[in-house]
Structures are given as C-alpha cells and as structure tokens.
Design a binder for this molecule. Structure first.
Ligand SMILES: Cc1cc2nc3c(=O)[nH]c(=O)nc-3n(C[C@H](O)[C@H](O)[C@H](O)COP(=O)(O)O)c2cc1C
Length: 482
C-alpha cells in the first residue's frame, strides 16, 4: 500500500510552504558565502527552509536550504502533521521499514524523466556551470554536494548503495571528498576497486525527494533504493544514467555521473562539519571524474549547512541511527522500552530505556550498540530505566546525575572505532579513526534490596491514582491554563 509521500522535492516544497515551513527569497543572493550564511542561521534558529529564486551568476538555477533540518519538516516528509511528536514520527518509520518485504525500484524510460530535461556529456561538462556554493568562510572550495546522495554498485554483485559523501568541486570535470572506509560505499571502493585498480561508476543525485534523502543517510540494513520503496510504500521510479548502468531517481533535480578513480587522490577540505567544528585538515582524498550532467531545465539545488546543531544530517542521522539501534537491540532479545539519539549531540549521545531485567544489562546494551555497524558514529550511551522518558532532557539529566555512581557506573571503552571527525580525539586518533566510548549506567544496582533504592519523588510516583486523577481533572478549574 502506498503511503502519503512526495514523489519529488518540488511537491515537498509545496507541503513545506503550506505548513509555514518555507520562506521564498525573491532577492538575489550570492553563492559565495551569503547563501550559506542564511542557511546556517536558519539551522541555528530551527527556522523555515529558504527557497532561493535568484542566485548571483546562475539565472537558470534555484536553491533550497535546510530542506529537512527540523522534526516538523521530517514529519511532513513522511506525510504526517508537522506537529507530530518525535515518538509518533519514529513509529511511522519503524512500521514502514521493519515489516514487509523490501520494495525494489521501478525503471522508467528516459523520455519524460524530469532529470533528463537537459543532458550534457563529454567536453561540454563543466561543474562550474552549476551554482556550487561557498558554504562557510574557510572551506577549501565550493561544495556542490551537501544534501545529495551518491549511487554506487558493489563491483562483485548487483547490490546498490545510496549514501551521502560530501563532494567539493576541484575543477571543471573533477570532484573530491572523503569516503570513510567503514561505510558501504567505502568498503566497496577501498577494499575492491582500489586493490584491483578499477574505476568505480558513480552517480551523484542532488534534489532527490525527501524520503530518498532519509534513506540515503540512514544506516539501512537493506539497499537504500529498496528501503526508500519501503518508506514510500511503492517502488521509487529510477532511470538509467547516460554514461554508465547505474539507476537514479527519475524525479531528481540534478545528476552528476562518472567514475571514482582508484589510486589517485587530490586535496580536499577544510569544511565545516556535522560535529559543529572544522576538524579534518586539507589532505588527499577520493577523486570523482565527471562524464555527464543531467538536470531539469530550472533545477533547485539542495543545500545543507553543517555546523553547530541542528542541520538535517544531524537530525536525520540521529533519528535513523537511534531507531535502527532499537531494532538491533530488540532483534537480540533486549527488552528495550525505547532508544533516542539526541540531534543536539550531533549524533554522539544515545539514550536507551530498559528495565533492569538482569545484572549487566546496561553493559550488554553498550557493547551491542558500540560493536554494531552504527558504532563508529557515536561514543556516549546513557542507559536509563523504563520509567524515565528518554525524550525528556530534564528526566534524563536527573537520572544521569542521581543514579550513575561515578566510581562504578561509568564504563570507558578505549581504542574503539571512531571517526576522523571527532573533535575531542587526538590528532593521531583522528588519523586512524579511533576513539574512546563511554557508557553511563543509570540503573540502581540489581543487588540492592528494594528498601535500599531511594524513592523517586515525582507527581506520578508519590501520589495515589485517585489523587492524581482528581488533580488532573480539576487542573483548569484551579485556575491553571496549561
Ligand atoms: C550530510 C551528510 C554528509 C556526509 N558526508 C560524508 C562524507 O563526506 N564521507 C563519509 O564517509 N560519510 C559521510 N556521511 C555519512 C554517510 O552518509 C553514511 O555513512 C552513509 O550514508 C550511510 O551509511 P552506510 O553506507 O554505511 O550504510 C555523511 C552523512 C550526511 C548526512
């Protein structure tokens, strides 16, 4: 059954507009810092997405900033009311992706595919014909691809991956960016294409529909084109590339095709990153040689501005990492009551709710999540009991500061897998993608007698049900408004 969703980003923009989550900027903006600065402030203010109608030097292009950087926009993308709560949004994601079969994409002819309205190949290709913005002052170049996805194929099978890997324009026909070795595309490229010295075809898709964006940055357990189909409830329509056999969403705005070159590297970065810092130095990174650009006649470039929270990468990675972690823990029989990764932590902190069913359950949770495929991306786990509201910062901080004994309940795991972007890691740890992890066990010890456990003094815990009901039902008549 098809769910409510938007087949392309334009339909989604109309939904944002109807909900009051889009601002149309008629005034010309400069691709050199001004556009990026607006998007940055929007993220920091958790504001509506700016729809830029006029970009300096690029009369044929438009842009959309911060397309999915708030829970309101995420709720809309899934066809929910913009005011849906975080657990309601999570429930829809899990219902759609945890049940039923993967939904393979449907190939449509090039003729009529919006992303083929303009086709440029060979010598005519020039990346500077696209309005790649200078996103932050201090960036190492113009980052054309900040809210996009790269389509790639396993060299040894038909498996497809959609993933987000930033790309900076290097010259007219070359892009460059980091591809971390533990990502799906990274494993194929670094472990297969590079040792065999074989170029790997790629297609960068910009301005895909919002669910494709969610799928591309989710740690999806199945190929993302099929995961996207699950989110939509029907097949995503794809069309063949001009210069290779990869399939790309037919309703996207821009596609850049080519090959990832093995055993050649070019300098990339610095860049303002999702941790809220400029961490990685300028150094040699992966090279994308461009063979073709296809696009709509007046495409809308999507632009994310990474920095201090909250941008869409932080929000969507937190959202999907947390929920995939919950699925993983449940699949291992852990009786979790919920998992929530805080976007404000730049997806570094995850809160797990679990009853203290047996001794050591908090350590088991930590080791499973740190040891999973999701593990490199975060380093703090707070385990709370089933009565703590994991979405409520007040309750989580209270549990952390009252139930976690600094002498016995903070567990540090050294020399673990990390990312090269961890601001707190030493330069050597960053270079090798290593980092420490920590788990805060906020469960009172199992071996304490019930009388040893202090009683939580809260409205819900220390009043009889009849008194609570009376107070709640009379609340307005006492004179309170909320
Ligand atoms: C906006 C954004 C930018 C990202 N940039 C990079 C990047 O430059 N290099 C990288 O290896 N991972 C990057 N990531 C993380 C990958 O997207 C992520 O590992 C991948 O999409 C999904 O993981 P998988 O391929 O391991 O399933 C980025 C994520 C987001 C949301």
């Amino acid at each position: 059954m098809a769910h409510t969703y938007y087949k392309d980003n334009r339909e989604f923009m109309k939904a944002l507009d109807r909900a009051g989550d889009l601002v149309t900027v008629e005034q010309e903006v400069d691709w050199d810092l001004e556009l990026g600065a607006i998007v940055r402030l929007v993220c920091e203010r958790k504001g509506p997405s700016p729809y830029f109608k006029k970009i300096k030097d690029y009369p044929e292009f438009e842009a959309l900033g911060a397309p999915l950087a708030t829970y309101r926009k995420l709720a809309l993308s899934l066809g929910l009311d913009a005011d849906a709560s975080i657990p309601e949004i999570g429930k829809v994601y899990v219902e759609r992706t945890d049940r039923g079969e993967p939904v393979p994409p449907k190939v449509v002819p090039s003729d009529g595919a919006p992303v083929k309205e303009v086709v440029v190949t060979g010598d005519d290709v020039n990346l500077f014909d696209l309005p790649g913005p200078m996103v932050h002052d201090g960036d190492g170049g113009r980052y054309l691809c900040t809210w996009h996805m790269i389509v790639a194929k396993d060299p040894d099978s038909d498996e497809i991956n959609w993933g987000m890997y930033r790309q900076m324009v290097f010259d007219e026909k070359t892009m460059v960016g980091p591809v971390l070795p533990f990502s799906d595309m990274g494993k194929w490229f670094h472990n297969k294409a590079v040792p065999r010295n074989e170029p790997m075809p790629f297609a960068t898709v910009i301005g895909m529909d919002p669910l494709a964006g969610i799928a591309a940055c989710a740690p999806s357990p199945i190929p993302e084109d099929q995961f996207c189909g699950q989110l939509m409830g029907e097949a995503v329509e794809v069309v063949k590339c001009e210069t290779n056999d990869l399939m790309v969403p037919a309703h996207a705005e821009i596609v850049i095709e080519g090959e990832i070159l093995p055993n050649v590297e070019l300098e990339e970065a610095p860049f303002g990153e999702y941790t809220g810092y400029r961490t990685s130095p300028r150094e040699p990174r992966t090279v994308y040689r461009v063979r073709a650009i296809t696009r709509r006649k007046r495409p809308v470039l999507t632009v994310s501005n990474m920095g201090v929270p909250t941008d869409e990468g932080q929000l969507l990675r937190s959202f999907s990492l947390g929920l995939e972690m919950e699925k993983l823990l449940r699949s291992q029989g852990i009786p979790v009551t919920g998992v929530y990764m805080w976007p404000e932590s730049t997806h570094h902190l995850v809160v797990v709710g679990v009853p203290h069913a047996y001794s050591g359950i908090a350590s088991q949770v930590a080791q499973l999540v740190f040891g999973s495929k999701l593990g490199p991306w975060f380093h703090m786990v707070v385990v709370v009991d089933e009565k703590t509201d994991i979405y409520n910062k007040d309750e989580v901080i209270h549990a952390l500061c009252t139930k976690c004994n600094p002498a016995t309940d903070i567990h540090i795991y050294r020399n673990h897998l990390g990312t090269p972007l961890n601001p707190f890691a030493s330069p050597e740890e960053r270079k090798w993608g290593r980092g420490a992890k920590v788990m805060f066990d906020c469960l009172f010890p199992r071996d304490w007698k019930p009388s040893d456990k202090p009683i939580l003094v809260s409205f819900n815990n220390v009043y009889p049900e009849d008194v609570r009901e009376k107070v709640l039902s009379n609340w307005k008549s006492y004179g309170f408004t909320d």
